[in-house]
Design a protein. Structure first.
Length: 131
């Protein structure tokens, strides 16, 4: 994990030939690092003996995700810009999800674009999960 992110690409891809595709990738990566995505992932996890388990590829494959192809150009731009702004800032460990200001900003960007209600209560409840 780079800077605590589950999935990561370096920001600063604007102006390149593949900027459009990378903007979609940035929007998806922002989603995958959001509290909603993590809640969906951990809801499908296989319980192990330790408190926190590894994030296994089959669980990611089975996790519902945002279809970024269905978003409008302004929505993609807003999410890609949020990714660029936040991707170089370190996230706190998942056990501190409720006090992680970066995760809060990720969730705010997702909520803004998707017209979701605030996600702070969900982050607080998720942080109480023992693993």
């Amino acid at each position: 994990m780079e800077n605590g992110y589950i999935l990561y690409i370096k920001p600063g891809y604007h102006g390149t030939e593949s900027a459009g595709i990378l903007a979609y990738a940035a929007a998806l990566l922002l989603w995958l690092n959001s509290s909603i995505s993590l809640l969906m992932f951990f809801g499908r996890r296989v319980t192990t003996r330790s408190a926190w388990m590894q994030m296994k590829k089959p669980a990611w494959a089975a996790t519902p995700t945002l279809d970024v192809r269905a978003l409008t150009a302004p929505q993609i731009t807003e999410l890609a810009n949020a990714y660029d702004r936040l991707s170089e800032v370190e996230l706190l460990p998942l056990a501190r999800l409720d006090v992680d200001s970066v995760r809060h900003e990720i969730d705010e960007a997702i909520s803004s674009v998707m017209a979701f209600p605030p996600l702070s209560m969900m982050r607080q409840m998720f942080a109480l999960e023992p693993g």
